[in-house]
Write a protein that binds this ligand. Sequence first.
Ligand code: PEP
Ligand code: MN
Length: 461
Amino acid sequence: MNGQEVTHTWRNYPALQQPTYEDPQHVHRVVTELRTRPPLVFAGEVDSLLDSLGRAANGDAFVLTGGDCAETFIESTADRLRLKIQTILQMAVVLTYGASTPVIKMGRMAGQYAKPRSSDIETRGDVSLPSYRGDAVNDYEFSAQARRANPDRLLDMYNRSGSSLNLIRAFTQGGYADLRRVHEWNKGFLTNPSYKRYDTLAQHIDKAMKFMAAAGTDFEALRTVNFYSSHEALLLEYESAMTRIDSRSGDIYDTSAHFLWIGERTRDPNGAHVEFLSHVLNPVGVKIGPGASPDDVKALIDKLNPEGIPGRLTLITRMGAGNIRSSLPALVDAVNADGRPVVWVSDPMHGNTINSETGYKTRHFDTIMDEVEGFFEVLQGHDAVPGGIHIELTGDDVTEVMGGAEHIDDDALRRRYETKVDPRLNHQQSLEMAFQVAELLERSGQNNGPESVDAQPRFNF
Ligand code: PEP
Ligand code: MN
């Protein structure tokens, strides 16, 4: 199959948010090259994620997705990746231990390099240039040369994704994620309430470990953890070029990541993105904003999960704290009436973006938590399951989101505001959120005991 396009029907549908390249031959050369490259993820891994997500659909596991709004090539360094993985693992520990729920861990990582934009053009003063669409497309610098869409960046995306995945695999399969190291991951000062709370929890886990060791547990199983990659499947030339036919089953997989999602701007059931993902076996997500109708959601299920396979379709709500309680109920009722399972996941970030008085694009921690609480309320009040959260975060001590235990205010935003696109929770705000979500889960009694979410005999925290 090398060199040929595996699935092409998407080309007959309107594809929004695609870069405008000057030279189609150049794109063709890059895509032909990509089709010869080895897959980044493997069918067996994707299948085991699908299986785990099937459990999240009925409350037997909880999804935690975290990472940058937009990864950049220059920041895909070992240190930055390690801090992000560590943050997600710490959040997973808090959620698992606090709520006795197996957690499916996923990074918006190793491929989150393309962004949809509300405008094709960015204007500064009297200069207008193409918008930055992520490192997979063009460069952030505000010059005509930098903002030109360059197809070679798709090869860079592949290479960066591959090296990031290699590091993720090393960390999560090589002993770094060993539960016995939970204490070492705590890097903050214990005067901070989140770090203090985490430290106490790590002590409890240490104690439980010692007990298990004394009881003769096989600790080999604790050394590794499943960690999945995900990104927005935005650039269809790239995603299509990364699609492969599994030699064993004959099934089609998009091998650019384990999980792919479609954004709020490209989720038209009659558009190219939905058409493309309808042909691959990976579990897929769709972002759902406040404008989505029950018919829209039904049409997405018809197209993306016609057979009702558990775990195949995740609906990621991003309504805004002010809308979630009024806009979500009708959608949940429609999905329940339809009967085909979905995983409901809350993205409490994208509906809550504001501009600070000091001119920064930001979000407030309390508003974010309010949307998560509204999400839990609606789903639990409508006979459905809150299946997970999808968060923009970083492992660094940035100051991009207001509030939290450090009380980041308008003025503090300028201290360390680094994001190229959307504001992210910093390390301690991420932990704080995990503790609060663990409480919501605990209160809901969504408690599944110690059973592992994976087929493999692993201890899944
Ligand atoms: C995102 O996840 O960064 C994003 C752009 O989300 P949405 O499509 O929900 O706006
Ligand atoms: Mn974003």
